[in-house]
Design a protein around this ligand. Structure first.
Ligand code: GDP
Length: 368
């Protein structure tokens, strides 16, 4: 039927005929809307967040972390206030970075050692850094079978990597998340990262102990992972040392011990251990946890522990400034308008990259 109200059925569009449409069901689920409204209504105050976190309420902790991860300015403001309130209650944990290539067994390992750690009356939070995000969401939690047992434990809290964002941004969010987790009473923090790129450096800059998971075999043990990452390791665990892999794992262990001898001792004066383990068979796991504790005691005694934490704080101050300046520049309206134009000028060889950068920065500095 012709819809007489429709503007295009007026005489001036006489070649057109627009029929009355069929009412479409709302694409929004009404139940979801009312649920959302309920959630919105119960928006928490700064005190609610702080008290909830201090009581170890994980749903409030999760909501606070979501604020940290949000890019909305009003969320960011609240998140910063929560972090500030929590700061005096943070810092009392052991922070362990765990890295290794995909498939080395990180999730399995974290589940096994995580259960071991909480059996010693610790409270464990597992965080992740992976700026390639979507994959990590899948890899740390999406597949429900991963860390299934650990995630059911009251003493464990597992949070996937914040999604979108630059590595610097994701890393900063993870560092802020550590503060909230510590204020919530978690005394052990694991930070998982995929050992294939830059994220190790970011993780290294926020943990006390850095564990590298490796595999035996393939003949080129030292090739799979960058030398710089091996140099960062406080311990190397050769995983999957079970079944007919045990002998190969022992050979690999010797090769790593030899390789590590070639590196000069780091500032911590700690000589990195190489340990074989099986995350599936739960062998070597307690030894690795003992090593972490030995390292912590050793570096607390020689002063390196607090020195490193101080250096990390300094590093994060500068990182935060860098991040904020960069975001301010790129989100500036004037820059947003002009940057494509200058980019095009550079692509067409009309001006050099340096001149383009200079001109854009001038626009930014003298914008007022
Ligand atoms: P991730 O990608 O590093 O997190 O690795 P996963 O934890 O998902 O493990 C990859 C595969 O290796 C899975 O099939 C695990 O069951 C297997 N795996 C993990 N740890 C061990 C281990 O200690 N021994 C053996 N034989 N397999 C393992």
């Amino acid at each position: 039927m012709k819809d007489s109200n429709h503007i295009e059925n007026k005489d001036e569009y006489k070649n057109l005929k627009v029929n009355t449409g069929v009412a479409q069901p709302s694409s929004i689920d009404d139940n979801a809307v009312s649920r959302f409204k309920r959630v919105k209504k119960s928006a928490l105050s700064l005190d609610d967040y702080f008290d909830g976190i201090r009581k170890g309420d994980r749903s409030i902790l999760s909501r606070a972390i979501t604020l940290i991860e949000s890019s909305l300015p009003k969320h960011q403001v609240l998140a910063q206030k929560i972090i500030e309130r929590c700061l005096p209650f943070s810092g009392n944990s052991i922070r362990v970075g765990i890295t290794g290539v995909p498939g080395v067994g990180k999730s399995t390992f974290i589940e096994t050692i995580g259960l071991h750690v909480i059996s010693k009356a610790h409270k464990l939070a597992v965080l992740a850094i992976d700026p390639s995000s979507e994959r990590t969401r899948g890899s740390i939690l999406g597949d429900k079978t991963r860390m299934e047992e650990l995630s059911r434990e009251d003493s464990a809290y597992i949070r996937p990597s914040p999604s979108a964002g630059s590595l610097g941004g994701v890393a900063r969010k993870t560092r802020e998340t550590i503060i909230l987790c510590e204020a919530a009473g978690f005394d052990t923090i694991f930070i998982e990262t995929v050992g294939v790129g830059q994220s190790e450096t970011a993780v290294h800059s926020m943990v006390d102990f850095f564990l590298l998971l490796m595999l035996a075999g393939a003949g080129d043990e030292l090739q799979g992972i960058k030398r710089g990452i091996i140099e960062m390791a406080d311990a190397i665990a050769i995983n999957k040392s079970d079944g007919d892999n045990i002998q190969r794992a022992e050979i690999a262990k010797q090769q790593y011990i030899n390789a590590l001898h070639l590196f000069p001792l780091g500032e911590s004066a700690w000589s990195p251990n190489v340990i074989t383990c099986s995350a599936v068979k739960n062998t070597g796991i307690s030894k690795i946890w003992e090593t972490v504790n030995q390292y912590i005691n050793f570096t607390k005694e020689n002063g390196y522990f607090s020195k490193r934490r101080n250096e990390q704080s300094k590093y994060w101050m500068y990182e935060s400034i860098n991040e904020a300046l960069k975001n301010n520049f790129y989100n500036n309206k004037l820059i947003e308008e002009k940057i494509r134009y200058y980019e095009q000028q550079v692509l067409e060889n009309n001006i050099s990259s340096f001149v383009a950068a200079r001109l854009l920065l001038d626009e930014y500095y003298f914008k007022d």
